[in-house]
Design a protein around this ligand. Structure first.
Ligand code: NI
Length: 396
């Protein structure tokens, strides 16, 4: 059986190559569902490693298969995402984005490079482990409906049937050299709220001749907080944020309508559905009380992400064997969302975090920030660990 030191030594020998891959992808970011060049580059790399089964899926995704000994025994999927964000990069690094207004500001360049590194390691060692590894390079993580949901429809978890899936994401608040795991509920479902309160505008000095939607909108914003604080079981984390309010009147003009936009996030599907009803009713009834109307549109986003406890425990133990216990931490759940959640609703899944921060080098910015960058020492850890976790899970 292959040992952690062997994988780690191969990852070390591939470090410069994986960093070069990451920089190439970083310089050439593409937005969600437009990852044509990135997908072509990934396929080219996989083929250059000698991997035979490399297929396009959902136009801008790539799926590859590496068979070890006894390939029908078990299949583990490793997933990376390919897309960048509509952000103008401000890092000033030599390899910064060549595409104005587009940037790999969520580390998906790192995920892709690490998975390519893992692919090379797995392919080189395939006579030393049992089972099959499916490599999923997924488009459109950042944009609804999420590349994961489309790939699932296109049967990415079948042929061969995937027994478990592992995803890796950078974590700018964890020091480089460290990884984090979380068993059970990890990330929230996320839905977008679009509310329009329709009144009747007019002169600001004559509200009695208007139906002023502004104070109604103010009451709705306040009342919606009670959906979360009074209607929800307090043991289920939930958050409702209104982040955009447009009342486009003037100092002396009452507008015809007010638009509100926000997000609702939680960790329970039953409550999620009920909350949608509560939000709609609260808006309509408050508007109706003042002779106005509310139009509520809730766009469902990703479901909550549940890390399978047994798989996560095994992966964490394998990470401890690979990196040492002092470099493996437990993560808190948080209310951000991630489309990897779709996989976790169907099969045992675990989504873990790769530390990329380095205070001394000033690498401290969060994801989705124009200054976001990673300590590239994370790349050899991310590529070696992904390969190691797949092999360990195949042999579990
Ligand atoms: Ni991301």
């Amino acid at each position: 059986m292959i040992r952690a030191e062997q994988i780690s030594a191969i990852a070390q020998s591939l470090e410069a190559e994986v960093i070069a891959i990451r920089r190439h992808i970083h310089q050439n970011p593409e937005l969600s569902f437009q990852e044509y060049q990135t997908a072509a580059y990934v396929a080219e790399q996989l083929q250059s490693f000698g991997i035979k089964t490399v297929q396009t899926i959902a136009e801008t995704g790539i799926v590859a298969i590496i068979e070890g000994k006894n390939p029908n025994s078990k299949t583990i999927a490793l997933r990376a995402d390919l897309d960048a964000l509509p952000i103008q990069e401000l890092t000033g690094v030599a390899y910064q984005s060549q595409h104005a207004g587009k940037m790999h500001a969520c580390g998906h360049d790192v995920h892709t490079a690490c998975l390519l590194g893992a692919a090379k390691i797995l392919n080189e060692t395939r006579l030393e482990w049992e089972g099959t590894v499916k490599l999923i390079f997924q488009p459109g993580e950042e944009k609804l409906p999420g590349g994961a949901s489309i790939l699932i429809q296109e049967k990415v978890l079948e042929l061969p049937q995937v027994d478990a899936i592992i995803g890796q994401h950078v974590m700018p608040f964890l020091p480089v050299g460290t990884v984090g795991f979380r068993s059970g509920l990890y990330m929230a479902s996320s839905d977008e709220l679009y509310i329009e309160i329709i009144g009747k505008g007019g002169h600001g000095a004559m509200p009695h001749l208007c139906l002023d939607p502004v104070p109604v909108a103010a009451q709705i914003i306040t009342a919606l907080q009670q959906v979360v604080s009074r209607k929800n079981n307090p043991l289920v984390p939930s958050v409702l944020t209104i982040g955009k309010v447009i009342a486009n009147g003037a100092t002396n003009v009452i507008p015809d309508s007010v638009k509100l936009e926000g997000t609702f996030r939680t960790f329970d599907e039953t409550w999620r559905a009920k909350a949608h009803q509560e939000i709609e009713q609260t808006c309509q009834q408050i508007a109706n009380a003042f002779g106005q109307e509310a139009i509520v549109n809730i766009v469902k986003g990703y479901p909550f992400l549940n890390n399978n406890p047994e798989l996560t425990q095994r992966a964490k133990n394998a990470a401890i064997a690979y990196l040492g216990a002092e470099h493996v931490v437990d993560l808190d759940a948080w209310m951000a969302s991630e489309d990897f959640a779709y996989y976790s609703q169907l099969i045992p899944a675990t989504f873990y975090r790769l530390g990329t921060a380095n205070q001394e080098k000033g690498i401290v910015h969060g994801v989705h920030n124009p200054q976001f960058n990673v300590d590239e020492a994370a790349l050899k850890i991310g590529s070696g660990l992904m390969a190691w976790l797949a092999i360990q899970e195949l042999e579990a």
